[in-house]
Design a protein. Structure first.
Length: 331
């Protein structure tokens, strides 16, 4: 592990006024995205969609790094340039999602465990050799009757820490993503309780595995009411409770925080982040690592048609700019 490399990369990822673009949809997820605009899910259409994103004019003004799916990391654009090389050429750090997805947790109905640790050390060495600067691993925590269990939280946070230590061994900055899902009827207080328990466990495991926090980026979900809750908390309460939770559990020397949008609307995702950043004494950079909140409107405008490319990219850039502004409290 070279701590200087890790800190240099993490500082670039957290550069103001930028955020991290999550364009690492798994195969089933990208299939749903394309199906929503009635476009065939094949490699060429996936390339066209992702090329639309990375070639949007002035993207690097708002985006510091892009998380790629394995297919995209090794894929060539229409002119033969590798996506990862193109991103690097325009000043956007290429990263890669390295987990193998959330699978059913044995003997724990309705709970998930993220897999992918087997063979990860060798994969990480190859990714770094091929230009990756950071990685991402997502854990999934569900709130419902009698869950999450301690087994779900502890096993997922242990896996996140093992992944993070392997990343740093290969001079790759780990993004650790403990996502408490927004699905459900739970209150913001229930979400707060589960998020606190998850972050407490995560940082305990990161310490156990000697993970270097100045070279680590946290990608948390916000403390927020469930989507099906009839009386959802206000923007101000979400921002306030989220920051209070992070202050209590995230060490000050963590490289930074890049929120996932996790089922929020575009307006919710940008508004919550904007309010958080209007506080002037945060110990870490607080920014975004959004997928849908930047891409969804552009995808709907594109419809898989070349004649819609320019207008779709304009929408994408507008969304990226708004998220950028919210990451410095100036929306």
């Amino acid at each position: 592990m070279d701590k200087n490399i890790l800190v240099e990369t993490a500082n670039k990822m957290m550069m103001r006024p930028k955020g991290i673009l999550a364009m690492d949809e798994s195969s089933p997820t990208i299939a749903k995205r394309l199906a929503s605009i009635k476009v065939d899910n094949n490699e060429d259409n996936r390339r066209r969609y992702r090329e639309l994103i990375v070639t949007a004019p002035n993207l690097s003004d708002y985006i510091s790094g892009a998380i790629l799916f394995e297919e995209t990391f090794d894929q060539k654009m229409n002119d033969g340039t590798l996506f990862r090389d193109y991103l690097a050429s325009i000043g956007i750090l290429p990263g890669i999602k390295v987990d193998k997805g959330a699978k059913d947790l044995s003997c724990h109905p309705n709970e998930k465990i993220t897999e992918g640790l087997d063979g990860l050390r060798d994969r990480l060495a190859a990714y770094y050799e091929n230009g990756a600067k950071f990685c991402k691993w997502r854990a999934v925590i569900t709130i419902a009757n009698d869950i999450p269990s301690d087994a779900c939280i502890e096993s997922n946070m242990n896996a996140l820490a093992r992944y993070a230590s392997l990343c740093q061994e290969n001079n790759l900055v780990p993004i650790v993503e403990p996502e408490v899902l927004i699905n459900g009827t739970h209150s913001i207080d229930e979400c707060d309780k589960v998020t606190r328990k998850s972050l407490s466990s995560l940082f305990s495991h990161l310490k156990m595995f000697n993970v270097y926090l100045p070279g680590t980026v946290l990608k948390p979900s916000m403390v927020i009411s469930g989507q099906e809750n009839d009386s959802r908390a206000s923007y101000e309460e979400v921002a306030s409770k989220t920051i209070a939770c992070l202050r209590d559990f995230v060490p000050d020397d963590t490289a930074g925080i890049a929120f996932l949008s996790g089922g929020q609307t575009d307006l919710e995702a940008e508004s919550h982040l904007n309010i958080m950043n209007q506080s002037s004494d945060l110990p870490w950079r607080v920014t975004f690592s959004y997928a849908r909140a930047i891409q969804a409107a552009a995808l709907a405008a594109w419809q898989g048609k070349d004649e819609n490319l320019e207008s779709s990219q304009s929408i994408l850039i507008e969304r990226a700019q708004r998220c950028s502004n919210s990451s410095v409290g100036k929306l």
